[in-house]
Each structure stands twice: as C-alpha cells, then as structure tokens.
Design a protein around this ligand. Structure first.
Ligand SMILES: Cc1cc2nc3c(=O)[nH]c(=O)nc-3n(C[C@H](O)[C@H](O)[C@H](O)COP(=O)(O)OP(=O)(O)OC[C@H]3O[C@@H](n4cnc5c(N)ncnc54)[C@H](O)[C@@H]3O)c2cc1C
Length: 480
C-alpha cells in the first residue's frame, strides 16, 4: 500500500488531507497495537491519550508495593511510537476525550476542541467500580493507574511508620492491619506481596513494632479466590496465600468502608446446621479495593450519541467485526468492548478482559479499517486464548495454559508456575531496557527480600484519609 505523500503534522489538516483520518482514543494495549498496524497504511493517524505514557498494567501491583519504579513498567507514548511518528503519518496528542459527536464525526477534547475522524477506534479501557458506593473510593483506593499505585504505596508505607509512632497498643493494631477487598488476580497478588513486605522486607528496620505481626486480610464475596480459574487451582492459590501468612475470608460481603475500617457480613453456620448472617467490623487504616471494574465512561457516552447497547459494566456491545452496526466507521476494542470471538463461527465465545484480548482486538479493528478502505469486507474477530496465569507471591503462582491449536490445557502451580509467570511478564514488557531493569530488580529482590522503590512523596499529613484516621477517635463497633 502507498504511503501518504503529504505528511501531516497538525490535526487541523484533516479536512484537506488526501487520506482518511483514523483517530485512536487510548494508547493502552488495544490502542497501541491498532496504531502500529495502521501506521503501515495510507491513512493519517491521531493517537489521543490523557496520559503521556503507555502502561503495562499487569505489573502495576509491583509499583504499588515498592518492588519496581514506575519507569520500569511504563514508557512515553511518543518514544514508543517514534518510528511511526518519523514515517510522517502519525500524531500523538495528550488530552482527555470527553465525548463523541457522531453527527459531525468528531471526538470532543477536554479543552472543547473537536477532532474530526473518518474512522474511530475507541480503546479507553476500564476504571474501578464501587458498586454505587463511590464514597468508599477515598478510603479504599483501587489500582488502575500509576497515580493509584503511588497512593497505595504511600498509604501502605505510611501505615508502618504510623504504627512505629503509636505508643497505645490498641491504637497501633489498625495501622498494622491491611484489608484487601476482592480476590481476583489483583487482590491476590497485592495480598501475597503485602504479606511478604511485612514478613521479610521490613522486619529488621523497625524498633517498636514487629512488622511480622501485621495482618493481611483478603476479603472475597464469592465462595472462592480467583473465581475465573478451575476449582483445583483456586484451592491451590488459597493454600499458597495462607502459607504466605494471608488471612483469606471467602463469602465476606463488604457493607461499608470508613476511615477506621471495614464492615462486612458473613454467613455463620452453627454445629446444628442452622445458619445466620453475622455483621463484623475489622479496624484497619489501610484498605485496598480490588473488587469491581467498570468500562470507561466513554462507552455510555457513545451509547447516548449512537443508541448502541452497553452491558451492565458499561462495555459497548460490538458487532463481530468490532464496530457498531449503526456507525460502521466506529470500532471499540479492549476492556471497553463487550466482544465475542468467532474462532468457531457456530459457537462464538466471550472475550475476557485481559491484555492479549485487547491487543488482538486492536489489531483486528485496524486491519478491518484497512480492508474496508481497500473495498474488501471486514472480518469477524477471532481470539486466540493462551490461558491464564496468576501470581500470589514469592515462588507461588497458578497457571492454566492452553496449548495452541489443540484442546490440551496444562495446569500447574507453585515454583514452576511462578517462574513461568516471571518469564511471560518480562517477555511482554515493552523495551529491552525495561526487561533488563525488571529482571535485575526481581533477581535482587529474590535473594535479598528487599524492595527498592520505597520512596514516597506527599507526607501522610497531606493525605486526608490518613490524617483523619490519626486525629479522630476510632469508630464505635457496628450494631450487631
Ligand atoms: C492491576 C491490573 C492487573 C492486571 N493484570 C493482568 C494480567 O496479569 N494479565 C492480563 O492479561 N491482563 C491483566 N490486566 C488487564 C489488562 O491490563 C487490560 O485488559 C488491558 O490493559 C486492556 O487494554 P485496553 O487497551 O483496553 O485499556 P488500557 O490498557 O487500560 O488503556 C486505556 C488507555 O486509554 C487512556 N484513556 C482512558 N480514558 C481516556 C479518555 N477519556 N481520553 C483519552 N485517553 C483515555 C488511558 O490513559 C490508557 O492509556 C490487569 C489490569 C490491572 C488494572
């Protein structure tokens, strides 16, 4: 395919451009992959992201738990796409897209600018859902962005510092109690790593407290941890968590979160078989939210302007080709899309919200745009599932791997799964330097138990939640 001859350097050139313009919103896994495929075609591409970096979310918990510095898992979008920018048909703009004006084929930016598109790929991902209790967000941060990771790192390390300062033993306990809500992959890896920090990293560095006495409690509303894994692997994961010192509470439904702790209900079964729901209160100054995911608000905004359907999490229900029936020039990919795979056209399957899904969707959407520009038919999305991995902590992980092009599934856990997890995550990181950095940091941490990214700025006094928690008396126990 011919390259555009009129290299375009400003977005305003769209209307006079000889080639169609594709706007990609979001440069995560889906958006980046789409940009790379499209950059080889005769189109003008504008990539818009509200941050200046592409983020490798699967290792975000390592930044939150001070194991890795932020630049090891994130890179400037401009730098990652510098080859494509040099080819002359790709522009990167940093800014937030607020809505889509489908009447004029424009995305509306945070400054009110309208950016015209001929084709649009929406890849703005997902955010946290507090199930209608957004007031919990300030007490229980979720983990989705680097900002979230820095907040969690600060709160966790501040809690140990506060415990060392606190002379009243009863008041010290809640500082040394860490509650994680949600036992999906993020909750499990956070819980396992926090326990390691308390057991191994910090214990020789404090005088008044014994960090090894810290409690890490993982609360899950469902009956098992890592619910998307087979039962035997889920059970193995629970055992590995317990071995690492994590207290696992399944069937625990969180009813409230305050600056002083967490309220939850659990069903208590008596010896005679009768059961009743009992309310509990766990005093804790550090609560982490890993329970709910909602699609980026751009999904609902798109639904408003096009009439397309969204599911309960706000994900856009897309056609097999990943676009909208009413607006075939608008594609939605990654965590924002509710998509099916047509690998077996007679038996379409739901695509999970994971990075390989987002990357493959980004690639398919880009190829479909190119096919349509060539006058060919767009193809249905076919997802190649390689299985699932979850790490729990040092030498602890589970894996359910699908052998490509066969129906064979291999399940394993423990050290071998952990080594496999390490290899996969280092391999998929962007950039040779980052792979080296992460590999060296992990090797060092493995032999020394140290975590070298323990610096945080903005002292606790600036953190409203922890300031309130220190200066106000503990909450009264809840009514039983
Ligand atoms: C903590 C955590 C751990 C995970 N672990 C794993 C794992 O181990 N394995 C795995 O396969 N998957 C994992 N995932 C899921 C995986 O990261 C996602 O499925 C994947 O990132 C989805 O890609 P995406 O392109 O749809 O969205 P994202 O990668 O989230 O990218 C969205 C991009 O859009 C930008 N954006 C959002 N809104 C706007 C806007 N309005 N305007 C402009 N830009 C916007 C964001 O800044 C971001 O760059 C994890 C996710 C998290 C949060």
């Amino acid at each position: 395919m011919n390259r555009p001859t009129n290299a375009i350097s400003t977005p305003d050139a769209a209307k006079t451009s000889a080639v169609p313009r594709v706007v990609i919103v979001g440069c995560g896994f889906g958006g980046l992959e789409a940009a790379r495929v499209l950059s080889k075609a005769a189109v003008e591409i504008i990539v818009v992201d509200r941050t200046n970096h592409h983020l490798f979310q699967p290792l975000l918990y390592q930044v939150a738990t001070a194991g890795l510095p932020a630049p090891a898992i994130a890179g400037p979008i401009r730098h990652i796409l510098r080859g494509e920018i040099a080819r002359g048909n790709l522009t990167v703009l940093m800014g937030e897209v607020m809505s889509i004006d489908t009447a004029s084929n424009c995305v509306v930016m945070d400054g009110g600018e309208h950016l015209h598109f001929d084709h649009l790929i929406l890849a703005s991902g997902a955010t946290h859902s507090y199930f209608g209790r957004d007031d919990w967000a300030k007490y229980a941060p979720g983990l989705k962005t680097l900002g979230d990771a820095f907040t969690i790192r600060r709160r966790v390390l501040t809690a140990f510092e506060q415990a060392e300062r606190e002379t009243d033993l009863a008041k010290r306990e809640p500082w040394l109690t860490f509650a994680i809500v949600g036992a999906g992959p993020t909750g499990v890896e956070m819980a396992g790593t926090l326990s390691e920090i308390a057991q191994h990293t910090l214990h020789a560095e404090f005088r008044r407290i014994d960090s090894r006495r810290a409690r890490v409690i993982l609360l899950e509303g469902a009956a098992k941890v890592l619910g998307s894994f087979p039962d035997d692997l889920s059970q193995r994961a629970k055992e590995q968590l317990v071995d690492l010192g994590v207290e696992v509470l399944v069937g625990a439904k969180v009813t409230n979160i305050t600056a002083f702790g967490i309220h939850y209900d659990m069903v208590d079964v008596a010896a005679d078989g009768t059961s009743q729901t009992v309310s509990h209160f766990l005093p804790s100054r550090t609560v982490i939210w890993a329970a709910g995911v909602a699609a980026s608000p751009l999904g609902r905004s798109l639904a408003k302007s096009t009439g397309c359907e969204v599911d309960r999490a706000g994900r856009v229900i897309v056609q097999p080709e990943l676009n909208l029936a009413s607006h075939p020039n608008i594609y939605v990919v990654g965590d924002l899309a509710s998509a099916k795979s047509y690998l077996d056209p007679k038996n379409p399957t739901v695509v999970p919200g994971v990075s390989p899904g987002a990357k493959q969707m980004g690639r398919t959407a880009a190829k479909n745009i190119i096919r349509r520009l060539q006058g060919k038919e767009a193809g249905a999305f076919r997802y190649l599932d390689y299985g699932a991995l979850a790490t729990i902590g040092r030498r602890a992980a589970i894996a359910a791997v699908d052998v490509p092009f066969t129906s064979i599934k291999i399940k394993f856990s423990g050290l071998s799964a952990w080594l496999f997890w390490l290899f996969v995550h280092v391999y998929f990181l962007i950039g040779f330097r980052n792979r080296m950095l992460v590999f060296m940091d992990w090797a060092w941490a493995y032999f020394t138990s140290q975590r070298h990214a323990r610096i945080f700025i903005a002292p606790y006094l600036r953190d409203t939640h922890q300031t309130v928690a220190r200066s106000e008396p503990p909450a009264p126990p809840p009514p039983v």
